[in-house]
Unconditional design. Structure first.
Length: 325
């Protein structure tokens, strides 16, 4: 039976706070963040004691156009170094690889880069390709994670098979990813047990990446943490695609480890997030709630928000009708 790991007052050395502000936030504006914003996030993470900062994606410019996406969709070494220098801090830098959008041969050896970790985002049917990227990054000296997306739509046995396959690789962390923001804490507890059983048997850690469609990203992150998940994804002010993510300021306010400091995050929100909220749209809303409740991809909610569609009853009816077809 799954038992709680520690108490509300515990300081767990295995916990890692993982900032995804630029990578997940980049999905809101196609990664068009300027250097000042990037440096602000980086300096905030360092000052707040955050363990990892995901600075963006390392997609290939041969597969996606630089005219359509900002620099942080590609994370070339010179761009990263322009922000972090040699990164002589305790903060580790991560990038995310999308299946079909990266060229593994473009990834530098870790000893030639300031990047510490490569995260691989994959759907279940893409696991074989994800494993190739994981093993390539591991061989080059990087820490690695596997974020299996859209698991709320997995068919019976698919997730178990995927977890078994990934656990046999050299991956360091396997992530519970609530892509559609549809899970409740009880379900997260069950998933935590499932992931931990496989991960711990193979010397891996487990992480949680939660979305806030039904206002449970924070609660689900705490639930996963309390039952043994080690890597906790957050974004400043919840900045992220659609309804956004677990807010860094909430998690740091909860954790009792004195290494984590809330004040730098609040300062960044004052200086950067308040103005950004006038330009970009993210966070909880009724369309995102509806897609979360119905276990639907948030693309329809994003479209509704972009169009200013507030006919929520029709939006709900249309999705219900699609589900019954």
């Amino acid at each position: 039976m799954l038992e709680k790991k520690g108490s509300i007052l515990s300081v767990r050395k295995d916990l890692k706070v993982f900032d995804c502000t630029i990578r997940d936030g980049g999905l809101v504006n196609n990664f068009w963040f300027d250097d000042k914003f990037l440096k602000g996030v980086y300096e905030t993470c360092v000052a707040a004691g955050v363990d990892y900062m995901e600075i963006g994606k390392n997609n290939s410019k041969k597969l996606q156009s630089p005219e359509d996406f900002g620099a942080w969709n590609f994370c070339e070494e010179e761009d990263i170094r322009r922000i972090v220098g040699e990164n002589n801090t305790d903060l580790k830098i991560a990038v995310m690889s999308d299946i079909g959008r990266v060229k593994p041969e473009e990834l530098l050896p870790a000893n030639e880069s300031v990047v510490d970790m490569v995260r691989v985002a994959t759907y279940i049917h893409q696991i074989p390709e994800a494993i190739k990227i994981i093993e390539d990054a591991h061989a080059k000296g990087y820490e690695t994670t596997c974020n299996i997306m859209a698991i709320s739509t997995a068919k019976t046995g698919e997730l178990e098979e995927a977890l078994e396959a990934v656990s046999k690789t050299n991956v360091d962390v396997i992530y519970i990813a609530d892509s559609f923001g549809t899970f409740y804490p009880e379900q997260i507890r069950q998933l935590t047990e499932k992931y931990l059983d496989v991960a711990e048997a193979n010397g891996k850690k487990v992480g949680i990446h939660a979305h806030n469609n039904i206002q449970l990203a924070y609660a689900n992150t705490l639930e996963a943490m309390m039952y043994g998940t080690s890597y906790l994804d957050v974004t400043i002010s919840g900045l992220g695609r659609g309804a956004g993510n677990c807010a860094m300021e909430l998690l740091l306010g909860f954790l009792k480890n004195p290494k984590y400091q809330l004040m730098p995050v609040l300062k960044f929100i004052e200086e950067y997030i308040v103005p950004l909220e006038k330009e970009l749209d993210w966070g909880y809303s009724i369309p995102y709630m509806i897609t979360g409740l119905l276990n639907e991809h948030p693309r329809t909610a994003i479209k509704a928000r972009d169009e200013g569609n507030t006919n929520y009853t029709k939006f709900y009816d249309d999705l219900i009708d699609e589900d019954t077809l």
